[in-house]
Design a protein around this ligand. Structure first.
Ligand SMILES: NC(=O)c1ccc[n+]([C@@H]2O[C@H](COP(=O)([O-])OP(=O)(O)OC[C@H]3O[C@@H](n4cnc5c(N)ncnc54)[C@H](OP(=O)(O)O)[C@@H]3O)[C@@H](O)[C@H]2O)c1
Length: 247
């Protein structure tokens, strides 16, 4: 019998990138996957076709609490064993030129959306379930290039993780965070199309390269699900320095 046979996992933002890789790994381990996406239905359907076991597509804009509530209402009596809070947005918000719309868009998805979906999931989560939040190394070190708001939302994800691990312990729900470093995905492709930006990022990476989505979803992620670990915060790749040097 496979590790996650009989379990149901909701992976937010699983139409692409890291969420897709996580969904495929959990499906390999036997879980039924609830493939959440925002707009890219074709990509979500394509991930669904890659999964040989059971999967269902769920659409919701995490920036709209009513969308999140409607998504859960559509689940009926489904019980969740795993919630992966992966969906997120990234972009520049330099001090001095950031609009209210840009500020709201980042907070609505990365911060408020993650809080609301976790709250809305509570009645559907089995006691003993696993929540894994996808944080970022950007929340743990200083980042140049006007990305402070993104880093702050990810620091908040780490903070949620620590507090929720305590808050949900009476239900034996484990809450962990995985904090990737730079990963090649749609999120970063435009940014790294500048060879100089790419060179500087690689120079700061202990492995001398960017990470990839499969690595984030690999064993360490499955270990978070498998072992009775609580409030572990894992960074991959490990940051080389605690404060990135502005260039
Ligand atoms: N890539 C990196 O270097 C990196 C590093 C550290 C942490 N992370 C974190 O890892 C997570 C995934 O990143 P990624 O690189 O895989 O990103 P990605 O390739 O851009 O994929 C983003 C996913 O989030 C969904 N999404 C975006 N906005 C949404 C919204 N408002 N409501 C609901 N879903 C929304 C997208 O759905 P659609 O396909 O429908 O648009 C997509 O499935 C994010 O939380 C990110 O902050 C990424």
């Amino acid at each position: 019998m496979r590790l996650l046979e009989g379990q149901t996992a909701l992976v937010t933002g699983s139409s692409r990138g890291i969420g897709r890789a996580i969904a495929l790994k959990l499906a390999d381990a036997g879980a039924e996957i609830l493939l959440h996406y925002h707009q890219n239905e074709a990509a979500a359907q394509s991930v669904g076709r890659e999964i040989s076991g059971q999967s269902r597509l769920l659409k919701a804009d995490l920036g709209l609490p009513k969308n999140i509530d409607a998504m859960f209402e559509s689940l009926g009596g489904t019980r969740l064993h795993i919630l992966v809070n992966n969906a997120g947005v990234w972009g520049p918000t330099p001090l001095g030129s950031t609009s209210v719309q840009q500020l709201d868009a980042m907070l609505d998805t990365n911060l408020k959306g993650l809080f609301w979906i976790t709250q809305a999931a509570l009645p559907y989560l089995q006691d003993g379930a696993n929540i894994v939040n996808i944080s970022s190394v950007a929340g743990r070190i200083g980042i140049a290039a006007g990305r402070s708001l993104y880093g702050a939302t990810k620091a908040a994800v780490d903070s949620f993780t620590r507090s929720w691990a305590l808050e949900l312990a009476p239900r034996k729900i484990r809450v962990n965070a995985v904090a990737p470093g730079y990963v090649e995905s749609d999120m970063t492709s435009k940014y790294f199309s500048d060879p100089e930006v790419l060179r500087r990022a690689i120079e700061r990476s202990p492995f001398g390269r960017l990470g990839n989505a499969d690595e984030v979803a690999e064993r360490r992620f499955r270990d978070l699900i498998r072992y009775r670990s609580t409030a572990i915060a894992t960074a991959f790749p490990p940051p080389r320095q605690s404060v990135a040097t502005p260039r």
